[in-house]
Design a protein around this ligand. Structure first.
Ligand code: GLU
Length: 485
């Protein structure tokens, strides 16, 4: 039905001209959380607006009263804020514009560009049956189009008087020139019998009234665009520039579903991802800048152009997101990371929280953030700094502090007690000297120490841990470990 073509140079950016302010929008339906595909659409709209010095607007498409919830509106807005995709002005509620949509439908009626249709459900069902029998899609046959409306016939819907001649071409920024024969576009409903607007009308009126001139959205809306063109043309309104991007697919090439990770952005936050990692990851889904993997917000704004979005569906790959997250964890400010993990950490440590837990975590953060792939791991890995003595030991740690480990700990305790300077480097030197003299590999000494100090067989550098914990706490933890034997 829809024919794709090659974009010609002459068409490129035909409507957005240099001295025009670009106005984009994100128009989610609040029937669930802000899922990852929607977040990408929002990001691309945001970036294109910023790139061109334009505006990025938010419209909540809440006309479906049964499926729209305030909870979903809140989730979408907090998801956008978490991602740092701040919209210009106040969010617009589509439902609140319903009187204006109805007014436009009346205007179209008055101008003869729309008509009242009194077809009954039975008539429409028969039309549908016939189309099915003939193996073609259902199209309203226009039987009320040229008929005078008789008020005695009761309720009516308003249908657009579509132009059935010729063809409609969209010069889509991403898809290229796409054409459809107007014979395929029927006289669709713009106002229901209860006076409420259909989605098709509401989108056009809102985009026009909000001054939106650049519509960047999923290509599941491409067929809608041809119908929307009919409304723009009937009203004599300037059409926006369209950019329809391919939807996200899962790693298996199928349309992204919950199974693939099509979760709400808050689920990614709860899984321990940082917003900058999610943004960077989403940015690279269907758009790229050479081989660059790590792209900051500033660079993205400088480089992003909607025309560079690919025509092939991008695949969601959770491993890549994890990899990027580990990078951003290493780069992140230590205090910010502590603030992110603190509520969780406090809850998990409970009554065993040390008075100076925050200072310790902050001091230990350089080592911690090197090793944690996400903030959930960071909570787990920092708990030993936050806890009071005596620590719980995991099985491996318990084993490390037993047997030969006990001898090492006893001797190291004496050395550490007499350490002249409590800093990681000299403590490491002292430990090395002991290992050499005892004819032990450094690991044989460091591992029992790590177990005693962290309760685990895995931790940041044990010398860094010593410095962060301080002398008294370290010696106390060694005593606890010696007493356990
Ligand atoms: N509300 C539509 C959706 O969530 C988007 C409509 C549009 O972008 O034009 O899919």
């Amino acid at each position: 039905m829809v024919r794709y073509g090659i974009r010609t140079k002459a068409f490129e950016n035909e409507r957005i001209t240099a001295n025009m302010t670009v106005v984009t929008r994100f128009a989610p339906s609040p029937t669930g959380f802000l899922h990852i595909g929607g977040a990408r659409t929002a990001l691309f709209n945001y970036l294109y607006a910023k790139h061109t010095g334009g505006k990025f607007l938010l419209r909540i498409e809440d006309t479906d009263r049964e499926r729209s919830t305030q909870e979903a509106v809140d989730a979408i807005q907090s998801g956008l804020k978490w991602l740092g995709l701040d919209w210009d002005g106040d969010a617009v509620s589509q439902f609140q514009n319903a009187p204006r949509h109805a007014e436009v439908a009346q205007e179209l009626l008055a101008q003869g560009r729309a008509y009242k249709c009194t077809c009954t459900p039975d008539e429409l069902a028969a039309m549908r049956e016939q189309a099915k029998a003939e193996g073609r899609p259902m199209r309203y046959d226009g039987r009320c189009r040229d008929k005078d409306h008789d008020p005695a016939e009761g309720s009516y819907v308003v249908r657009i008087k579509a132009d059935h001649d010729g063809e409609t071409a969209i010069d889509d920024i991403i898809q290229g020139e796409v054409k459809v024969s107007n014979a395929e576009i029927d006289d669709f409903v713009i106002l229901r019998s209860d006076g409420t607007p259909t989605y098709m009308l509401a989108v056009v009126v809102d985009d026009h009234d909000m001054g939106v001139n650049f519509v960047l959205r999923g290509d599941d809306h491409l067929t809608n665009a041809f119908r929307q063109m009919q409304i723009y043309d009937a009203l004599g309104w300037k059409r926006p520039t369209f950019a329809h991007m391919p939807l996200l697919h899962g790693a298996d090439g199928k349309k992204l579903s919950k199974r693939h990770g099509a979760l709400g952005v808050e689920a990614y936050r709860d899984m321990g991802f940082l917003p900058e990692a999610v943004n960077n990851y989403l940015l690279r889904l269907g758009w790229g800048h050479g081989d660059d993997e790590i792209i900051s917000r500033e660079q993205a704004i400088a480089w992003f152009d909607a025309k560079d979005v690919g025509k092939a569906a991008a695949r969601f790959d959770a491993d890549k997101l994890s990899h990027l997250n580990a990078h951003y964890m290493r780069e992140a400010d230590s205090r910010r990371l502590m603030e992110i993990i603190w509520p969780e950490l406090e809850a998990s440590v409970g009554g065993n929280l040390a008075a100076n837990a925050q200072e310790r975590i902050l001091a230990g953060m350089p080592g911690l953030k090197e090793r944690a792939k996400n903030t959930v791991e960071l909570v787990e890995n920092s708990a030993f700094y936050a806890r009071t003595r005596p620590l719980d030991m995991n099985d491996k740690a318990a084993k490390l502090i037993s047997g030969d480990g006990q001898d090492v700990l006893r001797e190291m305790r004496v050395i550490l007690e007499n350490a002249a300077e409590w800093r990681a480097d000299p403590l490491q030197d002292a430990t090395k000297a002991y290992a050499e003299q005892a004819n032990l590999k450094l690991g044989k000494v460091a591992q029992p120490l790590r177990a005693a100090l962290s309760g685990s067989n895995i931790s940041p550098s044990v010398f860094e841990v010593m410095e962060v914990l301080g002398k008294d706490e370290c010696l106390g933890r060694l005593d606890d470990a010696l007493e356990r034997a």
